[in-house]
Design a protein around this ligand. Structure first.
Ligand code: GCO
Ligand code: MN
Length: 388
């Protein structure tokens, strides 16, 4: 039996992308292995399991090509379901990758009509987000990239994307929607190369926009590991910049196709440090999971439960780590060297410059310091394995 103390509570603020729950188990080599769980069933099931919210693409809830009347009827049902079950729509996004019109990009298509169509599709989805009270609006550029570099210049592609984003920011301001934009980086898949592959590239791009304060990032564990990078560090960079609007937690073996595994199912230390980062730095957003049940599953519910449990288990491990006397003692030693020098160059002045120039360093003593990292890592390993 699984221990009940890790069962999720509303105040844990967990949310799931419903597209992961709707997933029918198709892959490039095989057909669907289960029935699609309808959107309202996904949302109800999440609420029953104490998730705080759900995330959605326009077409996860409103089928492509629906009429205005169909849209309104669907939204009425959805709002009723949200009210009845007390669940929030925490993140909205536009599907600008599935329809063949987007085969060579949406905002970065070489055809201005396609760029305008994508921008219009986002406008419509922003109206839905506002109606549902959603505060974070994501841009995941699934088709914004190339296989053939001869086909378009990345600088021009950035210009096109910037133009749409600036226009959409103006729209949100004009409508007084309480919505922020969040760009989700990914290095590749489904395109050979995607534009804006990492947290750093998104941060730099945001600064070129007209309203950088309206835009942030939602990094995803899997996307970072597809690039062979460290999710703890990437999430930290977004948080440090004050730009972490949402997170997409999941699991992924490094440098492979996009696996979208359950959070904590593949790399416990990484899940621990991601959790530690969000807990220690009092991240205020929702804890979003963007992943898919194994193709072998018949329904999404064991998968939903264990993503949330794994986060809560890691939360307990983080608390143990932060209060473990031996670990904290060791960290105290590691960070305790030459404390009197801290802040010496915090403020530039001719006097501090002079001080720095004249300082004498005993390199042999500095280089000789003992760093018991093997032992520290073993303490963490034993803590995670439950034997410390
Ligand atoms: C992926 C992405 C997507 C996006 C989502 C939001 O599979 O690479 O994670 O799932 O997060 O589509 O637009
Ligand atoms: Mn994602």
């Amino acid at each position: 039996m699984l221990a009940s103390r890790f069962a999720p509570k509303r105040e844990d603020k967990f949310a799931f992308g419903i597209w992961g729950l709707q997933n029918r188990g198709r892959d490039p080599f095989g057909d669907q292995t289960r029935q699609e769980t309808p959107a309202l069933k996904c949302i109800q099931g999440l609420a029953e399991r104490n998730a705080f919210g759900f995330e959605f693409h326009d077409n996860d809830i409103i089928p492509f090509g629906s009429s205005a009347a169909q849209r309104d009827a669907i939204l009425t049902d959805l709002k009723k379901c949200m009210g009845d079950w007390g669940i929030k729509a925490t993140m909205a996004t536009t599907n600008t990758f599935y329809h063949p019109v987007f085969k060579d990009g949406a905002f970065t298509s070489t055809d201005p009509a396609i760029r305008l169509y994508a921008t219009q599709k986002v406008l419509n989805c922003l109206d839905i987000a506002a109606e549902l009270g959603t505060g974070v609006f994501v841009f995941w550029g699934g088709r914004e990239g190339v296989e053939v570099d001869a086909s378009k210049c990345p600088i021009e592609a950035s210009k096109w994307f910037r133009e749409s984003l600036n226009f959409l920011c103006e729209f949100v301001r004009a409508k007084k929607y309480a919505i922020k934009f969040s760009i989700e980086p990914k290095p590749n898949e489904p395109r050979g190369d995607l534009f804006l592959p990492t947290v750093g590239s998104v941060l730099a791009f945001i600064e070129t926009l007209q309203y950088p304060e309206m835009c942030g990032i939602n990094p995803e564990t899997a996307h970072i590991k597809i690039a062979g990078l460290n999710p703890y560090h990437e999430f930290a960079q977004a948080l440090d910049a004050g730009k972490l609007l949402d997170v997409h937690l999941n699991g992924q073996k490094p440098l492979r196709f996009d696996q979208d595994l359950t959070f904590g199912s593949d790399d416990l230390k990484e899940a621990f440090f991601t959790t530690k980062l969000l807990q220690d730095h009092k991240y205020q957003g929702t804890i979003g999971f963007d992943c898919h049940p194994y193709r072998t599953e018949s329904d999404p519910w064991d998968f939903v439960d264990r993503n949330m449990r794994n986060y809560n288990i890691m939360k307990e491990k983080v608390a143990q780590f932060n209060t473990n006397k031996e670990i904290q003692g060791l960290l105290g030693e590691i960070h305790g060297a030459n404390k009197d020098l801290v802040g010496l160059i915090a403020q530039y002045s001719p006097q501090t410059l002079d001080k720095l120039r004249n300082m004498q360093f005993n390199l042999e003593a500095l280089a000789g310091r003992k760093l018991r990292y093997e032992y520290l890592d073993q303490l963490l390993t034993e803590l995670l394995l439950g034997v410390l």
